[in-house]
Structure formats: structure tokens, C-alpha cells
Design a protein around this ligand. Structure first.
Ligand code: PLP
Ligand code: CA
Length: 302
């Protein structure tokens, strides 16, 4: 519907939406929490949806934690969510390798956090690099080669607060010199909320560094790529038209939902403002928008 701006979610719209879906897919940052703080009314809203038999799934591009650590974060915020309701881009990276029969005797070099290393390990893979290489320094001397492991068959890049020249050289050599080595990006978000108050450079900038040195494009497994969607559909056996994707970003969440044929709802509790949504230059329109997920309770008079 090019040109037509999405309408605000009315009580009538929501009743219809609510009755026509079996599952709500929630983006996390900007929808459930902002950095380390829970968004108002989320806990009651999720309880309400569960009490009405709706399936809840949480899809985050944040690769810094494993599903287990995300379940702990939910718990610490007072929300009970199980690991298998969580799809993080760290998990998606490991599942991409698994689904594509990546050999168990090949290694994976990680420019990113513990979340990726943990998910790789749970899937049976050996991750190298990650936080451990954060203190290493690259040295160049004449007649001296920088050594890298020739059995690395994939490089996974995600948000890495400890990225350095050593890791850039390591990942670059693997991709350029190991035959068939995969270049996987967990996500390409420009920025992320490290806390509720401020945005910081996201995984997109680490991924761009490796694109720059290798002149290759990554396989992206996070939103808006359909990989996670295909994977979670297989797991839960839900029809896309009977799911609603709720997110705060047009270019990741709303596109992710639309690419799969889900219903889409934008919330204004995260990065997208109403004026950005209504900007004529914006060509990604959700089905509806609302301020925050707890509006669900008011809209249904619950
Ligand atoms: N990656 C990182 C490192 C982040 O901190 C964030 C948000 O805080 C994201 C990605 C985006 O996460 P989500 O997809 O839950 O909005
Ligand atoms: Ca978000």
C-alpha cells in the first residue's frame, strides 16, 4: 500500500487482529525493554495474552547473549519466558550452520560476544576468537606471518565491543584464504541500546569492517532476513497469516514480518517516531501502529 500511512490501532482493529492470530512475535529492545529497563505494562500484557491462549515468541537481533542468558534477563525483569520461546541472532547463527550441514570438524571464528560462542557450542561447534581475542594485539614484522587456523570454515560477526585489529586480521584471513569459508552476520543493526538512555554503534559497523576488508557480502541470519522466520515456523507449525509481528523498527521488524506474510504492528516505544513513520520518504508501512504493547489491555477493555 505505497503512499498510505499506517493507521493507529483502534479498539475495533485490535479485536479483529486479536481474533485472527494465534501467535504474537515480539521484538525485544524497544518493545519489551529498553536497554536494561522493562517498558511499562509489558508484564501484565504478556500474562493477559497467555491467559487467552496466544503463543508468544521473542525475536531479537541482539547477539550478545545466548537464549539461556536472555531467559535469565526476562526472569530478572519479572517475566517468565522459556528458552525455546526465544530466537536471538546468536542462536540463528548456530542454526544456520546446522541447517546447512556445516561439518562438525570445521571451526568457526567469532568476532562478537559470548552469546555466539555459547550457542555454537550448544550446537556442537567449536568457536574460536570472541571475547578471548579481545586482549590480543596484531603484530607485523618483516619475514613474519600472522598465523590463522586453516580449519576455520565460517566467520560469524556480531556486535563486538572489544573488536580490534587482531580480530579483523584473523577474520579477514579466514574468509580470504580458507577455501569456501562462510561469512555470516548475526545482524546489521546500525545502532543498539546498551542502556535505556543512549544508542551505541550496532553490529552493522563490525560487519561493515569485514565487508570492507574482504570485499564480500555476508549471509545475514537476523531480522529482516527470513532465515529465523523459516526456522521458527518449522518449530511451531504456525501459519504466517495467523501471526502478528510487533516491533519498533521498520527496516528490521516490520520488514521481517511482511517478508513472511505476517500481520505487522509498529510500537512507538522504541526507535521509530510517528514523524518517521509518516515521512513520505518511508516506504515500509506496518498494518497498524500504537504507542506501546500495554495499549492492548486498554484496547480490549481488559
Ligand atoms: N544488537 C544489540 C547489541 C543491541 O544492544 C540491540 C538492542 O539493544 C539490538 C541488537 C537490537 O535488538 P532487538 O532486535 O531486540 O531490538
Ligand atoms: Ca527493536
Amino acid at each position: 500500500t505505497a503512499g498510505a500511512a499506517a493507521p493507529p490501532l483502534s479498539p475495533g482493529d485490535f479485536r479483529e487482529l486479536f481474533d485472527s492470530v494465534d501467535a504474537f512475535l515480539f521484538d525485544c529492545d524497544g518493545v519489551i525493554w529498553k536497554g536494561d529497563k522493562l517498558i511499562d505494562g509489558v508484564s501484565q500484557t504478556l500474562d493477559f495474552l497467555r491467559s487467552k491462549g496466544k503463543k508468544l515468541v521473542f525475536v531479537t537481533n541482539n547477539s550478545t547473549k545466548s537464549r539461556k542468558e536472555f531467559a535469565k534477563k526476562f526472569g530478572s525483569l519479572g517475566i517468565s519466558v522459556s528458552e525455546d520461546e526465544i530466537f536471538s541472532s546468536s542462536f540463528a547463527a548456530a542454526m544456520y550452520l546446522k541447517v546447512n550441514d556445516f561439518p562438525l570438524d570445521k571451526k568457526v571464528y567469532v568476532i562478537g560476544g559470548e552469546g555466539i560462542i555459547d550457542e555454537l557450542q550448544l550446537a556442537g561447534y567449536t568457536g574460536l576468537g570472541g571475547p578471548e581475542d579481545g586482549k590480543k594485539t596484531a603484530e607485523w614484522k618483516s619475514n613474519c606471518l600472522f598465523e590463522h587456523d586453516k580449519s576455520v570454515g565460517a566467520v560469524v560477526v556480531g556486535l563486538d565491543p572489544f573488536i580490534n585489529y587482531y580480530k579483523l586480521q584473523y577474520g579477514t584471513l579466514c574468509i580470504r584464504e580458507n577455501p569456501g569459508c562462510l561469512f555470516i552476520a548475526t545482524n546489521q543493526d546500525a545502532v543498539g541500546h546498551m542502556t535505556d538512555l543512549q544508542e551505541w554503534p550496532g553490529a552493522g559497523c563490525m560487519v561493515a569492517a569485514i565487508c570492507g576488508s574482504t570485499q564480500k557480502e555476508p549471509i545475514v541470519v537476523g531480522k529482516p532476513s527470513t532465515f529465523m522466520m523459516e526456522f521458527l515456523l518449522k518449530k511451531f507449525q504456525i501459519d504466517c497469516p495467523r501471526m502478528c509481528m510487533v516491533g519498533d523498527r521498520l527496516d528490521s521488524d516490520i520488514l521481517f514480518g511482511q517478508n513472511a506474510g505476517c500481520k505487522t504492528l509498529l510500537v512507538l516505544s522504541g526507535v521509530t517516531t510517528l514523524s518517521a513513520l509518516q515521512d513520505p520518504a518511508n516506504d515500509i508501512q506496518p498494518d497498524y501502529y500504537t504507542n506501546k504493547v500495554s495499549d492492548f489491555l486498554d484496547l480490549l477493555g481488559a
